[in-house]
Design a protein. Sequence first.
Length: 352
Amino acid sequence: MSSNAFGERFRIVTFGESHGPAIGAVIDGVRPGVRFDLAEVQREMNRRRPGRSDVTSPREEEDRVEVLSGVFEGKTLGTPICLLVRNRDADPSAYEALRDVVRPGHADFAWLAKYGIRDHRGGGRSSGRETAGRVAAGALAKSMLAERGIRVVGFTREAGGVRAERVDYDEIERNPMRSPDAAVAERMREAVLAAQADGDSVGGIVEVHALGVPAGLGDPVFEKLDATLAQALVSIGGVKGVEFGDGFALARMRGSQSNDAIGPGGPVTNRAGGTLGGISSGAPIVVRCVVKPTSSIAKPQRTVTTSGEPTTVSVEGRHDPCLCPRIVPVAEAMAALAIEDALEAQEALRSS
């Protein structure tokens, strides 16, 4: 399986580099006749794109999606769908001073160890810009799930040490932090801007809910739904941990507390976060991912050159002081891709 691909039946391959001519995704395995609304795809891309607020990178990209193949008159043809996004505001010259410097927190050191070469125009394939292709593909998956009554919603649960306690889905897109709690949204933003003013960055937690997912999805033992979702989310740059339901808090409970009661319709509580034995239980899927502070910061950091000489580096340029607001639509997209793929597998099983 290609390391640039995700999914078995609803399969995507992303391509392109941060400061190359274009990025995008190829989607394969979509049956013919599925509704494809480019406006819906573009709405998701607009949520991810930079330059939308003072807590995101000022890079000015319209992220206009071009459909090169696989769609005709608003319907899928059953052939590979190629979605292209041109890099209009690429500026590789901004990274010229870092050509021979290994940036702390970035993939530079490990990339060189693996390949012996790296794209020094920013992060190349390891850049967060790669996720544009995921969001474009995920928009189609979200649309297909919506037609089955499944909704995927993400939000910033925590940023800069400020945690949302209330979850109001209607509030998420009303503030730049994508906080579901109006009472703390501005405090989150202030924490991010304070770190940025200090030449630093902050991390946080992004949470995703998948509502209306039917029971029975997932294929034990190695393709459990929660395992696939975990892979999908950890594959996002900057994500360093994942938990489902009550997650790590379960370690401090007894079984009598952690077990979800079962009623005629399924789980009555949802400490497990929507899966049992790796198979969806019919309860909402609840998954959180830990997002590390952005690696590109203005504070001087100790590092080495590509030849191993000690040096210090201060990374200037256009960077997000907190990744959480822009990871929200990416996390939604990856969750939608994983669930749609699992649905396709279940339908194939039932028809065999």
